[in-house]
Every structure is written in C-alpha cells, then in structure tokens.
Write a protein that binds this ligand. Sequence first.
Ligand code: SF4
Length: 683
Amino acid sequence: MKQVHGACPHDCPDTCAWQVTVDDSGRAVQLKGADGHPYTQGALCAKLKRYTERVYSPERVLYPHKRTGAKGSGEFKRISWDEAISEMVTRLKDSIARHGPLTAMPCNFAGTIGVLQRYAGDQFFARLGATDLDKQICGNVAYNAVASTIGAGPVLLPEDLEHSRLILIWGTNTVATNVHLWGGAIAKARKRGAQVVVIDPVRTPTAAHADWHVQLKPATDAALALGMMHVIVRDGLHDADYIARHTLGFEALCERLKEFPPSRVADITGLDVADIEKLAHQYASARPAALRLMVGMERYSNGSLGFRAVACLPALTGAWRELGGGICHFTGDLFHAALDYGAVLAPRDTPAPARSVHLAQLGRALTDPGMAPPITWMLVYNLNPVVTLPNQNLVIEGLKREDLFTVVHEQFMTDTAHYADIVLPATTQYEQWELMGSWGQTYLAINPPAIAPLGEAVANSELFRRLSRALGFSEAHLHWQDEERIRRLLASGHPYLDGITFESLMDSGWAKLALPADWRPRAEGGFTTASGKCEFYSEALAAAGHDPLPNYTPLPDTTPGTDTLPLRLVSAKTSHFLNSGYVNLPHAGTRKHRPEIQLHPADATRRAIASGDRVRMFNTLGAVEAVARVSEDTAAGVVYLPFNWWPSSTLNGSSANALTPDGLSDLNFGSNAFDARVEVERV
Ligand code: SF4
C-alpha cells in the first residue's frame, strides 16, 4: 500500500486536498481528505465519497471511438489513437485549407479546474490561430462587477469569516456547494454567536439552516442593496470617516439612494418594509460584518448591477476595517499573482485572437448561416455543452451539422459525446499530473498521478502534445511535459510562494500561500480601482456608456428567445452533482434521484398540479417534462429545476437549459440564461 497526495479537480471553491491509497497491484482502493489540511479538515464532500468508483466505473470511456451512426445516435466503434489523431489532423488541415484557421475552435471550460489541465489547450489553439472562446459564462460577471467597485485582487479570506459577527450569504447555497466553509469558518463564527442571514429567492438547505432567510424575488438583489444603503445613510449608520478617505462619489450615491426608499424596494423585492429596515440596521451595526458572495446573481440580464450594488455596502459602513469584515469572494487572484502562468498560457507575443465566440452563444455560432468562416472543426474538453449551456436545442442543432467535425475528449459518454465524430478517452485526477490553485480558499496542492491511466486514457495536456507533434509544431513550449510545467508555474519568485517548491509540495501535498497574518486588504483603502478608492461613482463605467452609479433595472418583460410567460425559472446547482458531473452514476444520478420541477402551492393550485404529477414546463425555446414537487421552499411565481440534470435524465429528453435564453447580460457581458420565463402544465 502507498499513499499519494492529490486534490479534488472539480469546479468548487473548496479545492480539497486528498490522499489516495494505492495497493500493490497499482489499484486505488481508498480516498480520504488530506490529514491536517486546515481547510479540508480531513473530509471530502458527499459527491467525492464514491470518486474511486467513478474512476473504475464500467461506463468510463477508455479507448478512442469513431461515430458509426447518425449524430446523436450514440453509435460508435473503437479505433486506435493513431487512427483518431490521423483523422483529426486530416480534417483540421482540410478545414483550414478551405476556410482558414478561424474555422477551428476549442470548446472548453472548467470540467477539471487545475492549472495544468484546465489551460492545456490554450497554447495549442493560439499557435493554430483558431477562433477564441469567450468563457464569461460563470464567475466573470461577478468578478468584474465587484472589481468595477472595489478593484481586482484581495478580498476577505474565507477562513477569516470565523471572526465575523454577521454573515450575509447572498445568493449562494453554501451548504451544498461550499461545504467546508459552512462546516469550518462559518460554524466557528456561529459558535461565537455570529448571525447568518441568507438572501435567496429559493429556500435552499443553506437558507433553511440560517438564522434568517430573506426570500426576495429573483434578480431584485440590486434594489435590496440600494434600499439597505438608503436606510443606512438615512439613519446615520454609515462610516463618514472611511467614506471620506477611501471612497469616490458618495454625494452622487446619496442622490441615487433617494430613488430607493424601503417602500419602493418592498414593491420590487416582495419583502416587507420592516424586514428591509431590519436587515440594513443589522448589517450596519454588526462588527465585523461579512458579505459572502459567489455567482448566484449572475446569468440575469441585470446580474452585474446586483453585484455592483452589493459591493458598495462594506465601504459605506467601514466594514473593511475589521478582520472578518468586507466581501468574501473569489481568491483566484492570489494564485494568479503567485504562479507563473506563462507555463500554460499562450506566449505574450502571440497575436490576439482574430475572432471570438461567446460560450453562452455556442448554439448561435454553430447555426448562424452568416458565420464566416463557419466553425467546421471543434474540440470539446472539460465541458459538457449540451447540458450546461443556454438554449440547449440550438446547441444540439449546431452539433448535428454534418459539415462540423466534433471531437469530444471525455471520461464518460455524455449527452454531448453522442454528437461527436470522434470520442477520446480522458484521464481522471487519479491518473494525471495537476497543480491546484483555488478560487475559494488559499491553499495550493499538487496532484501527481496515483495510478497508471486506465485503458488508453490521456490527460488534456498529453492530447495537445500529440496533436502538436502530428501537426509538426516545433515550438518547445507545446511539448513541455507536465512536471516541467508545474516547476515553471512555481518558479515565479512571488512572495506568496516563499518556502513553497516542487519538492516541498511533493513532500506535504499542499501548502498555504505565504500571506500576511493580518489580512485586512482594504482596512486602509488600498482599492485597486483607477482612483485607488471604492468607486460608488465609476468614471470607467461612465466612459463605457454605462450608468456610473449603482442602480437597479428590472428584468425585461420580454426576453428575446423566450416570452412573457408568468413564471420565473430559477436553475441552480445541487448537492448531488458538480455541474453536470456524477449525474450519470448510479449512486447519485438518474437511477436513484430524479429531476423534479418545484413550484409554490399557490402556483400549483392554480394549475391543478399536485406533488408527483407529471408536468411539462415550457416556453418558446423548448419544454421539459418531469415530476412536480409542490413546496413553499420556492417563492410564488418562481419554478425551480436544477440545471445540471442531463437531457437524457428527464422524461422527454430535455433539461433546464432547453428553456434558457442565450442573450448577454449587462455591463460585463455574461449570460442572461436565468431571465427565462416559463409556464407549467400537467400532462
Ligand atoms: S467537490 Fe468541493 S467539497 Fe467536494 S471534495 Fe471536491 S473540492 Fe471538496
């Protein structure tokens, strides 16, 4: 038996370090959280309890396959790697000869989120001069909107939430998606008497466990934040000294706040005036007071405005002064500062991509007859676009195009892989090198392979080395081995890596970034905006033609691609799955759980729907049939269906994204998928 250090590869803020036990035959037999890791605390989440079973699942794709039936039929035959690479290269050269290099495109995101395997194709596609994929579909809107107010970079660290006296968890289901924060720093803070308030349109498990659930209408977050600021300023609860020294545009903000008295905010949000007043007082009076944000407000056409308004709150009350006060958000900037990303990204002198396609609009790009040149060669990795992208039916229509050559590099035969011309076997985290930064905590972890690759599976990095070789690309960086890349990533000389080397990581498995002990990055201002202040008023936004002040705009009554149906669809993550991962496995997928369309009793009664009825939820984009669950956990006027069920797991072969529009959102141009309106009927 041997123990091998590693870390969870999933797109999750916890980035747990783990230990794999491997027996003498080279088979992984046990997985557990890394002993002594302060964040992981020796435990993995429920999703990972059967990761070993997932690795050895008989349903793994272990060999290259070529399509033999119609696209979508799922009919394939096994071929060799040589045949697969040869066909990929032949088709690529042919496509480029006819249309130029922009006809090729990667289709990837965060299926495995380590530094090495996530960015494995970036240098290759830059060398090719391919169409770029704009991936602002998750996280970027939240990040950019907060940054437009306080600047990029350091935020309140998750571990420092233990010092908070009040934690407002705003639009994120921490119990399901950030379990170590809930069981770690937040639990410690509660033991010391901290109050936890959850602001969410759905009574999630986190809301159910909170001291107070503020159940506002979807996409009205900006109005609530503006209403809170109105009360705080009106009642003199703001920090005049902090505002004077470290903020820009307070007078202009006060003018804007006059438009958001609690009575108007109550109309917009559906909350009581008394609750808005109470929330504002509670937030401004608690010391330290923390806001826990993730991405829940995104994917509405007013999503940026929500984050921007909320991000103003801690500067208004001076909450940044204390350890445990401020905004607890993404920590990824710390790793981007610490590591030398030149080891994985395109060289600096690479010309900018001549064209990009927005990930949220993949279906449009693949079906637009005016797209010149058309996308005719696409390599999908780290992504299951049929499940996770908006306007599912259009994505499928695009993937069905006979003149589109699609390769899917995957661990399982996903609903996307069914549309591939070639399916390639991908390694799991047990079988590959990885260096894990984190977007939700401050520990770096190394992941050497614990076992040999199963079958003929290869890591993303090896796939792109093979393709580079086959195409005759001679640039050295395209052929760097994984261990060499990790050494290069760690050779930045940045002070956050003091005392951390390849060898020390191989020895311990993980290390905390060398951050200063007293981490209050905005206690004395230090905002990284153009003005160096927290920008209630943003010149940059004004120059870009946007409202320079925080504001609330209602969702449009009619969103192109959907229509004026009466119910709002809320589609979030669940604790059973990680995005679309695990859905197909027996322990957590369709063979045990089933998709449920959850609606409020008032909406159900009006439609003569009872729990257990088969229902059809529809709009002009598509329809989903599943079983109804009637519950007050969902606000009236809101229907809830997790977005990660595969189409093949519902009763009619369509899942939540069959109903989501593929427009773009405000300010930072993410997706507006959650603007979706729907109707539900019994079938
Ligand atoms: S999914 Fe998240 S919580 Fe679960 S083991 Fe992975 S990193 Fe940890």
